[in-house]
Design a binder for this molecule. Structure first.
Ligand code: GRF
Length: 195
């Protein structure tokens, strides 16, 4: 196998998608390895999970930098230090600058808990319920500057049931997120995706 692709996983919270990626990367023939977990929140619970797993972590808080440019430099410096080749956003709740997204063109993936292009942005599950859709799901895609846009790599569909709340729908979708994100990463890292 060619060398495994070095990935960074960006988180802001609990990091359950991060865990699903870390688990997949443990498999000896998986084409990617995690080299650093990046958080923009010092108290993200996922940071501790990553530390326990022995993965390097770094926290970069936007408000601690005088400008977007300096924040991006710090981000890039940290990624270069670890030799990162691909970024996986996994519940990273901060918009990346246009410069950053362009610099990493086709080298940033994201997971979003809806069937894009429907329900971009926040409060996805409640908006899906309010719209009365009968199916929802999740999407892994390449990141472009416009939020929740970019070529789609993988999707999974789940039914919406009459009794659903945003929480029950989110839980049903999350199971699929944990399944398709590692699958999509595997495709990308193996070079099996057309952009
Ligand atoms: C997931 O639903 C993901 O799709 C969305 O934010 C949530 C993050 O959850 N972007 P976790 O931190 O991976 O558990």
């Amino acid at each position: 196998m060619a060398h495994p692709l070095k990935i960074a996983i960006f988180i802001s919270g609990r990091g359950s998608n991060m865990v699903s990626l870390l688990e997949a990367c443990k498999s000896p023939d998986f084409p990617a390895i995690p080299v650093v977990i990046v958080s923009n929140q010092p108290d993200a619970p996922g940071l501790q999970t990553a530390q326990k797993a022995g993965i390097a972590t770094t926290t970069l808080v936007r408000s601690e930098y005088p400008s977007r440019k300096e924040y991006d430099s710090a981000l890039n410096e940290s990624l270069n230090e670890h030799g990162v080749e691909l970024i996986c956003l996994a519940g990273f709740m901060q918009i990346l600058s246009k410069d950053f997204v362009e610099k990493w063109h086709n080298r940033i993936l994201n997971i979003h808990p809806s069937l894009l292009p429907s329900f971009k942005g926040l409060d996805t599950h409640q908006r899906a319920l309010d719209a009365g859709v009968k199916f929802s799901g999740c999407t892994v895609h390449y990141v472009r500057y416009e939020m929740d846009t970019g070529p789609i790599i993988a999707q999974a569909v789940v039914p919406v049931v009459a009794e659903d709340t945003a929480d029950t729908l989110a839980a049903r979708i999350l199971i699929e997120e944990h399944r398709i994100y590692p699958e999509a990463l595997k495709l990308v890292a193996s070079g099996d995706v057309r952009k």
